[in-house]
Design a binder for this molecule. Structure first.
Ligand SMILES: Cc1cc2nc3c(=O)[nH]c(=O)nc-3n(C[C@H](O)[C@H](O)[C@H](O)COP(=O)(O)O)c2cc1C
Length: 210
């Protein structure tokens, strides 16, 4: 049984829910998954066999703590299997919902010292009732420009949970092929990343693409 740490950077809970779903699927496969906030100081990533980081987009950016974490824990992250995914509304567009086409994930990977073996992109949730007045108006405007829902009562999840489940399966495959680094120490570390960042990645879009 592998120990897998799923860290989320989440403002409104969708990235956390996605981590919890992945953890549930991993649990069904007999792995031991722990879900925690990326900012939780109590968790030592080196105590886990694999690490998954999921982060949402707000105003065109992942929270700065995400890149800080990837930089601070670079050595640990690079020494074992890992995955990184982004949650945003641009990803509800079929043309922007893969690691190769989503501008936010591409931008994060372009800046990250860690290039995980597995990357993912999931469409997030829109829930106007939970936003402050300014954010609500801004998001309604962005949705209006992009022909999305603008009714202030809208609460809609664009997350494709089948895709999340598939991603969980890929995490399980990744972990299965690797030695238990948490138990065996750094010498047993998995091979470094196979996915390279695209250095030509554009800056993040401030509004969902058409
Ligand atoms: C104030 C605000 C700004 C947002 N900005 C963007 C954005 O620039 N691009 C985007 O694709 N999604 C944007 N989103 C959508 C979020 O990424 C989406 O709601 C996601 O589900 C949030 O995940 P979380 O609940 O884990 O924070 C924004 C959402 C809010 C509330």
């Amino acid at each position: 049984m592998a120990t897998i740490l799923l860290l989320y950077s989440s403002v409104y809970g969708q990235s956390r829910r996605i981590c919890e779903r992945i953890a549930a699927r991993l649990g069904e496969r007999g792995e031991r998954a722990t879900v925690a906030a990326l900012t939780d100081p109590a968790l030592d990533p080196s105590a886990f066999d694999a690490i998954v980081v999921g982060a949402s987009i707000k105003h065109g950016k992942h929270h700065p703590t995400v890149l800080e974490y990837l930089r601070r824990h670079r050595a640990v992250l690079q020494s074992r299997p890992g995955a990184l995914f982004s949650v945003n509304l641009v990803a509800r567009k079929p043309a922007k919902n893969t690691p190769q086409t989503n501008p936010y994930l591409k931008a994060l990977l372009a800046q990250s010292p860690w290039q995980p073996q597995l990357t993912g992109v999931f469409a997030g949730e829109l829930d106007y009732a939970r936003y402050g007045a300014v954010d609500k108006q801004l998001m309604r405007f962005v949705m209006w420009v992009n022909r999305g829902p603008i009714d202030p009562r809208t609460r809609v999840s664009f997350t494709n949970w089948d895709e999340v489940d598939r991603f969980a399966g890929q995490v399980a495959e990744l972990v299965r092929g690797a030695p238990s680094v948490a138990a065996a120490g750094p010498a047993a570390a998995a091979a470094p990343a196979a996915v390279a960042a695209d250095p030509r990645a554009p800056a993040p879009e401030l509004a969902p693409a058409r």
